[in-house]
Design a protein around this ligand. Structure first.
Ligand code: ZN
Length: 570
């Protein structure tokens, strides 16, 4: 048996080890946030529990999570006391071996420190590590709690103390905590503001700090619609949910957002200028992780986790589009343009034929391998949807498989490995060969022309590869400044030169090399318009959905929502 907690870019999975400790054992934590006279903020954690009967208890400090390593460097002043306690270092720097009298009461105390400089920035992944600032803290359970080995079945109690004037919010305020909930928790405290919204019979809380381009109420309303949409899709009753929002500092003109999904919370990070449409799609994706993979059999464990991202991330992206259109969070046309972006990204990915084991091994170190399971999995879901619909004359679709996996959550193995069997059992459609071909081997997946039913046709064509033909950077106003021009690119004869500032685009689109781009540029106090075909001359085979003329009709909406047969009728 295993438990899983999920985050945007990684699954942390932990295998239960039922050894000498009974499930009735209890871990008692006290977490105290205090402000010191020099205004420094101190976070102290005390853990008390009964050590193992054999007189040896191993303590695991936070180590590796979400792409962050050496998390134990955020633990300081660790002390362990109790009857006959002798502490030994282990080979692993995140472990302590404690020898003590049989079953002795042990007390651990330590401080959590921010082990990186500055404030949370849009660049880098530091906001996953403890954030401890003079005005606030942002703490993720996986990165701050020491947990004794073999105590994963224990119940957990936690007392939290904060400075009187500080606002506090955490999913640790829930009842009946266990070790999994402790790890996959988030807490914020300080100058946060809290908005509450009802979702069915439960409460959604949104905790924000800092200044945003929108009001707190507007953002909370948006999150409420997302949470409601997911609950409606899965048919599950409402449950308490917390969204924490941490502002990121960034260079002007750049925008960034991301986050990590907790069991009953989502920690969101973004620059203040976040684009609302992108934000709502990310939030829908993240909240969908409450189900995928956790409630669909879970993800793969530890070293294998990235091998399951085609399902846990890619299918989540598919469901995000489905649920978004279904709940009216965005339109069918918006969704189809998102699908076209993904089809284009797939065609242009230099790794689009990587095997699944290459993704598993290179996920954290290679940007293209990092993106691939999202794209490939999303397209494989559309392919599976097509196979199921066409094989059943439109009577059933992928929703039936997802709902079956939801129902069978406790009986099935990890979701990525169960999907093919669950599809066969639920629909009679055998995707084994497709799975081996497109997921495991990484052969190029081409969608059927009718894979998007009444919405439009999937057209396959050879396209010129989009290439700016120049490099550059953003200036303080957020404008693109040309640094170098490729002399073999059409950009050179068109007149682009280093030092030019691009003021605006008049024609063409980013990513489209089939039509001219016309850019208005400023150089040495002169403004002029330059026209060129932004391509490097290479061709690539790409699929795009060409929208039907009657795209606004009900049929496409219903199709994308998964509510209708492939002929567009209920
Ligand atoms: Zn995700």
């Amino acid at each position: 048996m295993s438990i899983k907690c999920f985050l945007k870019v990684a699954i942390f999975a932990f295998t239960f080890q039922l050894q000498s400790v009974s499930a009735g054992e209890r871990l008692n934590y006290t977490l105290t946030i205090s402000t010191q006279q020099d205004k420094a903020v101190q976070v102290e954690i005390i853990l008390s529990f009964s050590g193992e009967k054999d007189g040896q208890t191993v303590i695991n400090l936070p180590n590796s999570w979400g792409g962050e390593e050496h998390l134990w460097t955020g633990i300081s002043d660790l002390s362990i006391t109790g009857n006959g306690v002798r502490v030994e270092l282990s080979e692993d720097p995140f472990q302590r071996v404690v020898r003590h009298q049989s079953g002795a009461r042990l007390t651990l105390s330590y401080r959590v420190i921010q082990d990186w400089p500055g404030v949370p920035m849009a660049t880098g992944r530091n906001s996953y590590r403890p954030v401890i600032q003079p005005e606030y803290v942002h703490l993720i359970g996986d990165t701050i709690f020491a947990i004794p080995e073999n105590f994963n079945e224990s119940t957990v109690s936690i007392k939290i103390k904060t400075p009187e004037t500080w606002v506090f919010a955490s999913d640790l305020e829930a009842e009946g905590l266990n070790v999994d909930a402790l790890r996959s928790s988030v807490m914020v405290a300080g100058d946060f503001r809290i908005e509450s919204r009802p979702v069915d019979n439960a409460v959604l809380r949104v905790a924000l700090r800092g200044d945003w381009d929108f009001t707190d109420a507007h953002f909370a309303d948006m999150v409420q619609r997302v949470v409601q949409a997911n609950h409606t899709y899965w048919g599950d009753p409402g449950e308490d949910f917390l969204v924490t929002v941490l502002p990121l500092e960034a260079d002007p003109g750049s925008q960034s957002m991301g986050g990590t999904s907790r069991t009953d919370a989502f920690a969101f990070f973004a620059t203040a200028n976040l684009d609302e449409n992108t934000a709502i799609q990310i939030l829908t994706h993240e909240h969908a992780h409450t189900w995928n993979p956790r409630r669909l059999g879970g993800g793969y464990d530890e070293d294998e986790e990235a091998a399951g991202y085609w399902f846990s991330e890619g299918f989540t992206d598919f469901l995000t589009q489905r649920i978004g259109v279904s709940a009216g969070l965005w339109t069918a046309t918006d969704s189809l343009s998102r699908w076209n972006e993904v089809l284009s990204e797939y065609a242009l990915s230099p790794e689009n034929t990587a095997s699944n084991s290459k993704i598993r091994d290179g996920f954290w170190d290679n940007r293209d391998l990092n993106r691939l399971p999202y794209i490939r999995g999303m397209l494989f879901a559309a392919h599976a949807e097509y196979r199921i619909r066409s094989g059943s004359e439109g009577r059933i679709n992928l929703n039936d498989v997802m709902k079956a996996m939801r129902r069978n959550n406790n009986e099935i193995d990890a979701a990525p490995g169960s999907f093919v069997d669950q599809t066969l059992a639920t629909t009679g459609i055998d995707l084994k060969t497709d799975y081996e071909q497109f997921i495991l081997k990484g052969e190029v997946l081409r969608l059927a022309e009718t894979a998007f039913g009444p919405c439009g046709s999937v057209i396959t064509s050879d396209q010129p590869v989009f290439d700016y033909g120049m490099t550059g950077h953003r200036n303080k106003e957020g404008k693109f400044v040309v640094d170098t021009v490729d002399m073999n690119s059409p950009a050179a004869p068109a007149g682009f030169k280093p030092g030019m500032v691009i003021l605006e685009r008049l024609e063409g689109a980013v990513g489209d090399a089939t039509v001219d781009s016309v850019l208005r540029v400023e150089f040495e106090d002169t403004v002029k318009d330059l026209r060129y075909l932004p391509t490097n001359g290479d061709m690539v085979t790409m699929q795009q959905i060409v929208l039907s003329e009657n795209i606004t009709n009900d049929a496409c909406n219903k199709f994308l929502s998964g509510r209708s047969a492939s002929n567009g009728e209920d």
